[in-house]
Each structure stands twice: as C-alpha cells, then as structure tokens.
Design a protein around this ligand. Sequence first.
Ligand SMILES: Cc1cc2nc3c(=O)[nH]c(=O)nc-3n(C[C@H](O)[C@H](O)[C@H](O)COP(=O)(O)OP(=O)(O)OC[C@H]3O[C@@H](n4cnc5c(N)ncnc54)[C@H](O)[C@@H]3O)c2cc1C
Length: 470
Amino acid sequence: MRFSTRPEDKRWSTELVVVGGGPGGYSAAIRASHLGVDTVLVEEDALGGTCLNEGCIPSKALISATRLARRAESAGGMGVHADVRFETDETYGWKDEVVEGMRQGVGKLCKANGVTVVEGRGEFADESTVRVEGDGATTEVGFENAVVATGSRPIEADGFDFDGDGVLDSADALAEEPPEELVVVGAGYIGMELSTAFSSMGCEVTVVEAEEDILPGYDRDLARPVVKKAHEANVELRTGEPAVEWDDEEGQVVTSDGRIDADGVLVAVGRRPCAESVEPEKGGVETDERGFVRTEGGVGQTTNPSVYAVGDVSGEPLLAHTAAHEGVAVAETVAGVRDPEGGSEFVVPKVVYTSPEIATVGMSPTEAREEGHDVAVGEFRMGANGRALTLNETEGFVRVVVDDDTRRVLGGQAVCAEASELVAEIALAVETGATADDVARTVHAHPTLSEGVTEAVANTIGRAIHTLNR
Ligand SMILES: Cc1cc2nc3c(=O)[nH]c(=O)nc-3n(C[C@H](O)[C@H](O)[C@H](O)COP(=O)(O)OP(=O)(O)OC[C@H]3O[C@@H](n4cnc5c(N)ncnc54)[C@H](O)[C@@H]3O)c2cc1C
C-alpha cells in the first residue's frame, strides 16, 4: 500500500468522507480535520490526483527544465555561451523525484492532521454510505456529509483512441519521453504548454488545431507573443485544420488538409468529469448532460443535501487552485464555521505556462464594458522594465482594467516572463476591492517585474513614470 493503514473494521461511521485525493479532496479533508471534523479520505490511485501526478506539477517541472535550457541558449548577448545538451531520461527522472516528494508530502500532511486515508475505489452504496472497494476487501463508511472530488480525465477525440503508444493523452506524454516526431492535436493550454516544452527537448512538434487560432478563448493580444515564440522554437502551428484520425500503419496523422508523419500523437482536446466512478445515482447525486455533478448554492451542494462536489467533477474552471478553494469552502461549511448562504465566488487567476507566460484574472476590458463599467485600461510594456531587461526577458506587457468612477481594480491580463507570479497582486487587488490609488502608492522593490503591475495600474490614473500616460 502506498499510504496509510486501513483499519480492520468493515463498517465505520464518520462525520465526513471525501472521495478523491486530488487538490480538491485533500484540501477539503485537511481543512475539515483542522476544524475537528472526523474525516476519511478515499483515494483509488495516488494522493495528489491529476494535478500532482500527471498534470500541473510534472508538466511545470519539464517546462522549467526546458526554459532553463532556452535561456542559456539565448544568453549570448549577455556574454554567456552555453552548449546545452538534453539528457531527457535524466530530466524525466528529476521530474519524477519532484512528484514523488510532493506525493509523500501530501500523505504526511493528511496523517499529521488526523485525516484517515483509505486506499480503494469509493462509490455510493446509498444516500448516507460510501462503499470502498480495495485491497481485496470492502469497507462501508456511513457518513453525515460526503464530498465528491473525483476530478476529470482526458477526452478521446474521434479517430484517436488512446493506446499509450501511438496515441497519447497528457498523462502518457508526461510519463515517458516524447517521440522524435510528435503531432499535438489541440492548441488549448495543455497542448501549447507541452508542445513548446517537447520542442525544446529536440522533438519535432506540429500542432494541429481546428479553430482559426491557438489558445481559443484567449485575447489575441495575449496569444500573439506566444505564437511568435512557438515559431522561434520550431513548433509548426497548423490552425483551422481539424485532425481526422491516426493512421497507425503509416505512422501519420490525417487532417482535413493532408497527412503529417509522426512517431506519436498527443491528443489534448479537453477533459471530462469522472463522476460515474462514484455511482452518483445511488447517492442521490444528479449529474448534468455533460456528466458534471449538478451543484447549487455557493458551496457545491449536490441534489443530496449531505453531499457536496468540488473541483473538476463539479464543472468549469478545471483548475487545481479552484478545486482547492472549493474544498476548503465545503470543509468550513460542514464544520459550521462558514455561512452556506454566504456564497463562495472566488476571483480565479488563470495561467498558461507557455513562453512567454499568459495570466489573466477578473475582467478583461470587453467584459468590464459589457458589465456596464466605464473603464480605464492601463498598460505597461515589459521592454521598459528594469528587471525584465536585466533578465533578458523583455517581451510582452501587463494590462489592468480599472473602473473609471470608483477607481477599483476590476481585472488584469499579462503576457510576459513570470506572468504567473505577477497575476497574484492583481488578484489580491480585485479580491479585496483595492483601488488603482492603493496599488500605485504601494512601494514595490526595485528592480522587480512587479513594478510592471504598478506602472500599468498607475497608467490608468495618469501617474505612470516609465511610460506615457494614456
Ligand atoms: C497536463 C495538465 C496540466 C495541468 N496544469 C495545470 C496548471 O498548471 N494549473 C492548474 O490550476 N491546473 C492544471 N491542470 C488541471 C488540474 O490538474 C486539475 O484542475 C486538478 O487536478 C483538479 O483537481 P481535483 O481535486 O478536482 O481532481 P483530480 O486532481 O483529478 O483528483 C481526483 C482524484 O480522485 C481519484 N478518484 C476518482 N474516482 C475515484 C473513486 N471512485 N474513488 C476513489 N478515488 C477516486 C483519482 O484517482 C484522483 O486522484 C492541469 C491538468 C493537466 C492534465
């Protein structure tokens, strides 16, 4: 067994049972335990879920390694001349160590916080019992409250059946070294993040996207620098070209426009919920037409008032930090320290770990106008930021959206180095209702990339120093 012990009893009762040990489930379990709720966490595979084992963490580990290589390769102007060589098996080995260390960390956190972890598949036996099948035995857990946190899995595209060999899903691609010639079907965030990383490892990558642009749903101003960098990294982008099927015999991806030779194809066309694994109907839990667990109210209550759903299984956005926040909100509700009617609208930043990174939070200028705001939009180009220049990472910009009347920060978008870190400040401003004046008068250390955020905000109120005010 990978974690914890399972008691001998075959019938228990608990105040809270959480099914699924990803960021949604383990955050719910640990927070509930903090608050004195007797909690059982059921996981059939590995603690940490998709995020830790086959999503956020392994992908970002590989992306970091390839970024380091690209930075070294492009540092000639700084007088640094590096002959970069990839030993991909070592890179994958290092990535595995990072994942394993974190997985053990989650197990230790559960144990230290008094969460009882049970290995096995959890499914509803009835509206107040979860049955856990695992390790050749069955345990029935009677509950006062339950949380479904069973996550999501990749969608198979027509003509591309996942076989872990020719046709890969993101978990396969992150588990084994990429093939020499790879076609990536889907230019959403997962497809674009992985294609740039694999190309930097020496893989020949072609991205095929049915829509006319990469990163559908993202503002074109944000996508443009990513397209430029992808071209520089020799990633071939074929947009407006739907993929039709994988021809295993010929080793080719058939598209609407022809055939592309490949040793393998990574299909990254989206994810679907894993609700059916808990047999929701037996628990009185309804799902919608797309298979997501139906929830209502602020904190993910399902059609069974004692059962909550959090994370990917409960719907968009499918992000680890949303799952974790929802898990905490449910735990606090169950423990009685949070008003279930109080709502749980979160300000959710979204990041794409491409080169450069894209990050957004709150409203875009268009969304703000549609909501009836008179907006002031401030922008700062990172080419004028001292830290960006000293890092030799000058592409992109930060943009913020401020309400012209109240001067409250409504949102922001960035495409630049470390946009993932910069967005945290804008998220804080939106969440706390800070005004442009609050952000502009907050002293930011110099030289830092975060000065780009202050300058963009100051630009909305005519106070920017390092760019012309609008
Ligand atoms: C390649 C990739 C990169 C990603 N990068 C990012 C990123 O950078 N940032 C970000 O925010 N998100 C990212 N995501 C998305 C993120 O991984 C998910 O949003 C997040 O993992 C959802 O958490 P969750 O707790 O809802 O579900 P999951 O993490 O999917 O966990 C669900 C768990 O439930 C278990 N389970 C399922 N059914 C049962 C059952 N019946 N009994 C017991 N256990 C069960 C599963 O084994 C799994 O461990 C990425 C995803 C992928 C695939």
